[in-house]
Write a protein that binds this ligand. Structure first.
Ligand SMILES: Cc1ncc(COP(=O)(O)O)c(C=O)c1O
Ligand SMILES: [Zn+2]
Length: 413
């Protein structure tokens, strides 16, 4: 058996094929490229039971990942994050079977580690020495740290308003870091020019084909954790949409392998912010592509992407699964984040909170029914965004006393 069954790259727009053994970016037609595997051979060679006893991280699916030589794997144990039952918040929303896939405990604190682990490992295999990327923060943090582990140098450009901790993560990794007075789209233009001038490997969202492969492991894990049963709905906070495209691709591949029901797909929900909702707008109009969202703004920084290169792939996944796209206000995000901490003890990132609020809204309007099995992706840890919580706490003098949380007077009487 081969370590990987990768066969080639292909263009989802014009079907042109490309070799997977050399550095590739976009198709000549401008579309992102996707990775194809020799699924016929893999179907014969690979059984679900082969996973038994394998390492409990995303590399357990190495046959369906693009790295050919195990020695090129750059890993910090990422993946196989918990799928947690959310009974209290589920009761509150009247969803009986609500689960959270919690990406907050993965190395670097967000699911971006998955794309970085696979993307960097493949870059190492292809002999890349220097990469460049624009980022909303979390991806830059993951990629620069995994690059450091691989001995690859990185140039990162992020908006000045990106979460401060992600700036620090890039800096501490030794990345060549710049801040831009603008959005990720502005950072992207600056990186694009540097790539042209200096020949760096461009790992912008979907400009290299392997980040999706890392993120698709969320889909593989969800169904393995459900013992190869398909949930009814998966909600995903969507910026560039890589995770959603990845989950859809993972499920299609598992169908081709015969590992899951060939008919059933979960309804995929793209969740965005009211301050940046290009995919939602396109979906509402039944369009195949989105339009640039002017002056976008939201506290859910990771989903502040005014125009995604893979928008047509996100929309296709939503249409093909009878899913939908919804936008959430920042106010609702903060409310939901607080409620999740208080009812479930989980401090989720604002993007994750947006996806939970979307589940609440879709249950309220009947799009989700009470007994459906619903999975919400919490894409990162709340502690990466300390400024989303405002705290007003009493400071004590040394001789002052405190009161218990619960009033004891009733007991005393
Ligand atoms: C925490 C978090 N959630 C969601 C996203 C959106 O990811 P995607 O590009 O896969 O849509 C990001 C992207 O930066 C993020 O940092
Ligand atoms: Zn093409």
């Amino acid at each position: 058996m081969n370590y990987s069954y990768v066969s080639h790259l292909y263009c989802p727009k014009c079907s042109k094929k490309y070799e997977a053994d050399v550095v590739q970016n976009l198709c000549d037609c401008g579309s992102p490229l996707l990775v194809e595997y020799d699924l016929d051979s893999l179907k014969k060679d690979w059984k679900k039971s082969d996973l038994n006893g394998r390492e409990n991280n995303l590399w357990r699916y190495h046959e369906l990942l693009p790295v050919k030589d195990k020695n090129n794997v750059v890993s910090m144990g990422e993946g196989m994050t918990p799928l947690i039952e959310m009974q209290a918040i589920g009761n509150d929303m009247e969803i009986e079977n609500l689960y959270m896939k919690d990406e907050g405990i993965i190395p670097t604190g967000t699911f971006k580690a998955r794309g970085a682990a696979v993307g960097i490992s493949k870059a190492k295999e292809l002999g890349v020495k220097e990469l460049a990327m624009p980022t909303n923060g979390n991806a830059g943090a993951s990629w620069s740290l995994f690059a450091a582990r691989a001995g690859i140098s990185s140039t990162i450009v992020m908006p000045i308003d990106a979460p401060k901790i992600t700036r620090n993560e890039c800096a501490v990794s030794g990345a060549n870091l710049y801040l831009v007075n603008g959005l990720i789209s502005d950072a992207g233009k600056i990186v694009g020019e540097a790539v042209k001038e200096h020949g760096l490997y461009d790992v912008s969202t979907l400009k290299e084909p392997y980040r999706i492969e890392g993120k698709k492991t969320m889909g593989l894990e969800i169904v393995e954790q459900f013992n190869w049963e398909i949930p009814d709905v998966i909600l995903y906070p969507t910026g560039g949409g890589v995770g959603l495209i990845g989950i859809y691709k993972a499920l299609k591949e598992l169908q081709a392998l015969g590992w899951i029901d060939e008919e059933k797909m979960p309804r995929l929900v793209a969740v965005q912010s009211e301050g940046c909702a290009p995919i939602v707008k396109a979906w509402e109009k039944g369009k195949k592509e989105s339009e640039f969202w002017n002056e976008s703004e939201t506290i859910a920084f990771g989903i502040n992407v005014p125009k995604a290169l893979g928008d047509f792939l996100v929309l296709n996944a939503v249409y093909e699964t009878n899913g939908c796209a919804v936008s959430i206000s920042d106010e609702a995000v903060l409310e939901e984040q607080k409620l999740l901490s208080q009812k479930e003890g989980t401090f989720v990132c604002p993007e994750g909170a947006a996806a939970f609020y979307a589940a609440r809204q879709l249950r309220k309007n009947g799009w989700i029914t009470e007994e459906e099995k619903v999975v919400v992706l919490n894409t990162g840890a709340g502690i990466k965004y300390p400024n989303t919580v405002e705290v007003d706490v009493q400071v004590l003098e040394k001789n002052e006393s405190i009161q218990p949380a619960n009033d004891r007077t009733a007991k005393k009487l």
